[in-house]
Design a protein around this ligand. Structure first.
Ligand SMILES: [Zn+2]
Length: 490
């Protein structure tokens, strides 16, 4: 048994000004991991690709791993980057295999294609019309019909924060192995509802998504091979952004369809609970001042780099400095030029400089606003670390050359590459103990809860600025299918 395994992951925010060349998939190098290197990088990790490797090896299969490419969310993927990644996967399949297992995000948009994953699956189907294809998707997939039609089995994360990447990989792979062994006949149903669940309301730790994901898990216990509800990724101006579901049954098309409809109906019935109203930033900061417990998380949710944020907007940090909040740490501002200046000055030096605001955000009509800060260079590090978990355990993170500037009240982490602080190792890498701080500014929305949620004594959601605004009226949708809730009355 010869299996082609591959990873092609990108969540595309079509409003983001951050470019997505091939090098962004390279973890600090110019190119994604390929072949043996990809295998060694992902074997033993808590990722879908890590699970594919384990499942394939347990089945005694020969593993072909042409490429493992993933990049932090950003703007449309450069077409040559897409062609390079998709080309490697299709070439490997064309050489002959018994099945394909793909670790795909599900919300990739390229310069030419609104549906990067559907395009890839269509190309695979053209060179290998009959082979089974198993797909693992992020819960933020924006599912297009092409994927539903081409995949043999498809499983999405059932947790947000995504702490079940490995389990999802196994859920997608096992039906394919069973099919090859003649033990199962996967039948797939998919569907949509015209709704954009708000990211700040999507966590599976909270209602209403908790109950929907639990129902999907119960369906799997009751006999479905995979049951997945996708909350979708709303910061993408493409026809199929929003909620969808996929259920795979063993030979029972009616059951797959019935379960799929049930998940979608559950979500539609509670659509009002997926709506979020942001609060004025000044009000949020005042509230934070009055809290006595520590640490208090100040969530800079308009600029989450894991939703395509530039990670360099300064509105929330400016408000923290202006309010003179003390014993604070800010993770992080992405500004490679500022890092270079801080490194040049050296540890212990007193420095005044502008940070952040390098990138304009033309899709929102916003200009980047650098923030003037002054302080002491406390630490300089190279910026690589491995996640301790529970999310993406073992995966290499690379924030590039990094510096910590201490203003006396706030330790500001300045990074060279975007990275969302969802793992305790991010703080360890810069020598900050988050539990000892009174305030933690995090550029994140939900994933921080994976590794830091247990620390937080209070959470204040801070509406700053950025290309993943929580006020959806700031987004100019032109190509999204309409009507869609809650942008339209439904
Ligand atoms: Zn996601």
């Amino acid at each position: 048994m010869r299996l082609v395994l591959a990873q092609m992951k990108h969540e595309t925010n079509t409003f983001s000004p951050v470019p997505t060349p091939l090098a962004r998939f390279g973890h600090g190098r110019d190119l994604p991991w390929e072949g043996r290197e990809a295998y060694e990088e992902f074997k033993g990790t808590g990722t879908a690709l890590g699970a594919f490797i384990d499942v394939a090896e347990r089945a005694g299969a020969e593993v072909v791993l042409p490429i493992a490419a993933q990049a932090w969310p950003s703007g449309r993927v450069a077409q040559d980057a897409y062609e390079a990644i998709a080309g490697k996967i299709v070439d490997a399949v064309a050489k002959g295999c018994d099945a394909v297992l793909l670790d795909l995000h599900g919300a990739m948009v390229t310069e030419r294609y609104d549906d990067g994953e559907g395009e890839l699956l269509g190309r695979i189907r053209r060179v290998a019309p009959k082979i089974p294809i198993g797909v693992a998707h992020d819960m933020h997939a924006n599912l297009f019909p092409a994927t539903g039609r081409c995949a043999t089995a498809l499983a999405g994360y059932q947790t947000y924060p995504h702490v079940d990447m490995y389990e999802t990989g196994a859920r997608a792979a096992l039906p394919i192995i069973s099919f090859l062994e003649g033990k199962a006949k996967p039948v797939l149903a998919f569907g949509h509802r015209p709704m954009l669940p708000h990211v700040m309301r999507q966590s599976s730790l909270d209602s209403p998504n908790r109950e929907i994901q639990q129902r999907a898990k119960d369906m799997e216990k009751a006999g479905a091979l995979c049951a997945s509800f996708f909350v979708g990724f709303p910061h993408a101006d493409i026809p199929h952004a929003g909620a969808s579901a996929v259920v795979v049954s063993d030979g029972d098309a009616d059951l797959a369809k019935r379960y799929c409809d049930e998940l979608l109906d559950m979500a539609w019935a509670v659509r009002e609970k997926f709506v979020y109203q942001p609060e004025n930033l000044a009000v949020s900061i005042r509230k934070a001042k009055d809290i006595n417990a520590k640490p208090v998380v100040l969530l800079d949710h308009y600029d989450n780099c894991a939703s395509g944020g530039t990670m360099d907007t300064t509105a929330v940090l400016a408000a923290i400095l202006e309010a003179r909040l003390e014993e604070a740490a800010a993770f992080a501002i992405c500004d490679p030029q500022a890092v270079a200046r801080l490194r040049e000055a050296g540890t212990g030096a007193s420095v005044s400089l502008p940070i952040g605001g390098r990138l304009d955000m033309p899709s929102l009509g916003l200009k980047g606003k650098p923030l003037a800060v002054a302080g002491t260079v406390k630490r300089i590090v190279e910026g690589q670390y491995r996640n301790e978990g529970p999310m993406a355990r073992g995966e290499l993170m690379d924030m590039g050359p990094t510096a910590v500037l201490d203003t006396g009240r706030v330790e500001i982490v300045v990074v060279s590459r975007q990275v969302e602080p969802f793992d305790i190792a991010a703080f360890r890498a810069v020598g900050i103990d988050p539990a000892a701080k009174r305030y933690l500014m995090l550029k994140s929305r939900v994933h921080w809860r994976a590794g830091l949620g247990a620390l937080a004594q209070a959470v204040i959601e801070c509406a700053g600025a950025g290309v993943c605004p929580s006020d959806y009226s700031q987004l100019q949708f032109k190509r999204l299918r309409r009507p869609v809730y809650p942008l339209d009355d439904m």
